[in-house]
Design a binder for this molecule. Structure first.
Ligand code: NAP
Length: 243
């Protein structure tokens, strides 16, 4: 059985991606979350309502022991299942102007939004290489390309994620594994719910925030066979803000 692991799919963009991958590709979805089990169950319910299948898998992507232990147990229990698609989506922001960014906020953002990608990819890459097929999709950000004031920690994490995407894609392309990044601009989710949309949308040529579903359609395309010749790319989805 073919599976997809979507980190941080209890809410927001990850949730929409998990639902879309189940719909479009009939993948069994591993719904990862950090603490919000009720929201994770809701993602699973929606997938099941659409005749898909999935299961919850709880770990903090920033904790390598937790990731390894959960994934090792899962592989032991499911020897016939292959994770063909990995979406490194889990991420956090801790915004502040640089002089006031505490070491803790710097480290937490790097640990979850960047090292989480390392931890989760490490946990499955060898099996993907053996299987000679895979799709790795890293959810980066406009912040990692442009740099956003107040987000030096987050811009650093997402910028490094983009560079790592390009490097890894070249290492493993011959094994039919593609590695791409998606760089969303402003997308409706809990992460952006405190932002002043009326003011910020003036910066967006399309004149609105995007939806998680719009990002999910792009992720679904990158996860498909149709995207076999796209690797090492960073695809913007931002309403023209960075055109
Ligand atoms: P969100 O609404 O805040 O949802 C975050 C998701 O990540 C939740 O499912 C949360 O799980 C999970 N998560 C957080 N920390 C985690 C951890 N340590 N381990 C495992 N899961 C964790 O965020 P979002 O807006 O959907 O963002 C998703 C991704 O898109 C992030 O990487 C973000 O940086 C990126 N992005 C978002 C925007 C935007 O405008 N929204 C723009 C550019 C990029 P719980 O429910 O258990 O807390």
């Amino acid at each position: 059985m073919k599976c997809a692991l979507v980190t941080g799919s209890s809410r927001g963009i990850g949730k929409a991606i998990a639902i879309q991958l189940a719909k479009d590709h009939n993948l069994h979805i591993l719904i990862n979350f950090s603490s919000n089990i009720e929201a994770a169950k809701e993602t699973l319910n929606i997938i099941k309502e659409n005749n898909g299948s999935g299961e919850l898998i709880n770990f903090n992507v920033g904790n390598s022991n937790a990731v390894n232990s959960a994934m090792t147990k899962w592989f032991e229990k499911n020897p016939k299942k292959h994770i063909e698609v990995l979406v490194n989506n889990a991420g956090i922001t801790r915004d502040n102007l640089f002089p006031w960014v505490s070491e803790e906020d710097w480290d937490n953002v790097i640990n979850i939004s960047l090292k989480g990608m390392y931890n989760c990819t490490q946990a499955i890459i060898k099996k993907m290489l053996r299987n000679r097929y895979g799709r790795i999709i890293n959810i980066a950000s406009l912040s990692g390309l442009k740099g956003v004031p107040g987000q030096t920690n987050y811009s650093a994490a997402k910028g490094a994620m983009i560079a790592s995407t390009k490097a890894l894609s070249q290492e493993i392309a011959k094994r039919k594994i593609t590695v791409n990044a998606i760089a969303p601009g402003f997308i409706h989710s809990d992460m952006t719910s405190d932002l002043d949309e009326e003011e910020l949308k003036k910066m967006v040529p399309v004149n609105r925030f995007g939806t998680a579903e719009e990002v999910a359609h792009l992720a679904s395309f990158l996860a498909s066979d149709k995207a076999s010749y796209i690797t090492g790319e960073v695809i913007n989805i931002n309403g023209g803000i960075y055109a």
